[in-house]
Ligand binder design. Sequence first.
Ligand SMILES: Nc1ncnc2c1ncn2[C@@H]1O[C@H](COP(=O)(O)OP(=O)(O)O)[C@@H](O)[C@H]1O
Ligand SMILES: [Mg+2]
Length: 500
Amino acid sequence: MGTKGDLLIIDDEIEVLNTLKRVFEKDYELHITQNPKEAFKIMEKFNIGVVLCDHRMPEMNGTEFFVKVREMYPNAIRILITGYSQISDLIISVNQGRIFSYITKPWNLGDLKNTIKEAFNENALILENSSLLESLKKSNQRLKLEIEERRQIEEKALRLASIVESTEDGIMGLALDGIIIDWNRGAECIYGYTEAEILGESVIKLIPEGKYDEFQEMIGNISQGMPMTHYETIRQRKNGETINVYLTVSPIKDHAGKVIGASKIVNDVTAQKKLEKEMVRMDQMTLVGEMAASIGHEVRNPMTTVRGFLQLFKEHKDPAKYSEYIPLMISELDRANSIITEFLSISQTKKVELAQQNLNDIIERILPLVQVDAINEEKTIKLELETIPDLLLNHKEIRQVILNLAKNGLEAMAKGGCLIIKTSLVDKEVILAIQDEGKGIKPEIMKRLGTPFITTKEKGTGLGLAVCFGIAARHKAEIIAVTSPQGSTFFMKFPLVGVI
Ligand SMILES: Nc1ncnc2c1ncn2[C@@H]1O[C@H](COP(=O)(O)OP(=O)(O)O)[C@@H](O)[C@H]1O
Ligand SMILES: [Mg+2]
């Protein structure tokens, strides 16, 4: 559309059209046609503001034409040119075609000009209104969307808030300077402060003195955006009690991704910790009880024997007659003594002197002792010793380990079995391996390997492995057993650290 309004004039009489053309072509962008069908083509192409149409035309009269125009181009202002005689048609035009005005023939040019001008004003008004309406509709739509979005956000926030409020975990929000800005009921239960008491206070209030440094470090991490999960530490309640807690701390970021605070989830595990400690204590108590019973039994047996003999001696005038029993008595006392000695050596706190020496030397020196047992039982011993570096060892204790493990291995095998004692250096560890061809270790024993007084042997003490584990701990070494129905291997791994 140009700056001038588009005016369309339809009349079947060419002279009328020409006259009107001359009058209006100056002021308007003028389109003329004799044919209403042609008129629709023009309207399709141009933004016609005002349509002036004769009523009486051969193909379609003005009234019918305007009913269509109104339907298709409701913004185009319609003016009908008509004679007085056609009043009934005029009524239809006004009612159904909603014409803006009608001009009667013959017309007064001034009136016609005015009417057309007014029609264009009307058109401008309508256009303005409809564009206003359009933008109103659009902003209305936007508003509706926004309201819906907000409602959803609000709903979500409410939902989250009710989760936060109802959870047993303590949840709090902190500013970067450690000031508490959010506090849920869970936190209230854990720490004993109400929301009113704690908001605006520093989180330092909840931290026992010794843990300040740790807190600073945590805040440092958080300001760099690093979260911390499942951090175990100690906190302080309002009444001064300390509690064990697990913390999960996450940075809170603003829209730009800048860290502006931290959220903290606190899990009170004090009760759990107490229970754990209690369980360990109970376990130890049962163990001590079991051990006491076993020692009592083991030591009481030889004592009873010896006491029986001594009573016999006392009742007879000639004790020399019984001297043949003396070696038995001594051996019984020795057994009691050795049980007590072994039992004492289980204690891991015992201090031992360590000296730099080679494990292979110790093995070679003790070999004859092990060999005696083996030969008696028609079994063989094989050594596979690689070159290994020196270690810090207590040779008496290492001898004891080798003897105990070798003895167990020999005892596990039938006649003809072969026991291999190996040493090697693997990944900065010296490894001693004692491998037998026995039937393997029973699963129930495997589970409690090294627990004192666990034995499957009639004359066993169940102390051999416990002693080995104690010695390993004092040498910072580790004992691992691997077993199968074809035999078992006990590995003792010595770390190389601390050796020059
Ligand atoms: N090399 C092995 N093969 C099979 N079982 C073993 C072996 N070493 C240890 N065991 C099992 O572990 C138990 C405990 O061993 P230990 O502490 O030396 O006590 P004891 O030899 O006096 O029974 C043994 O009774 C046996 O059942
Ligand atoms: Mg043994």
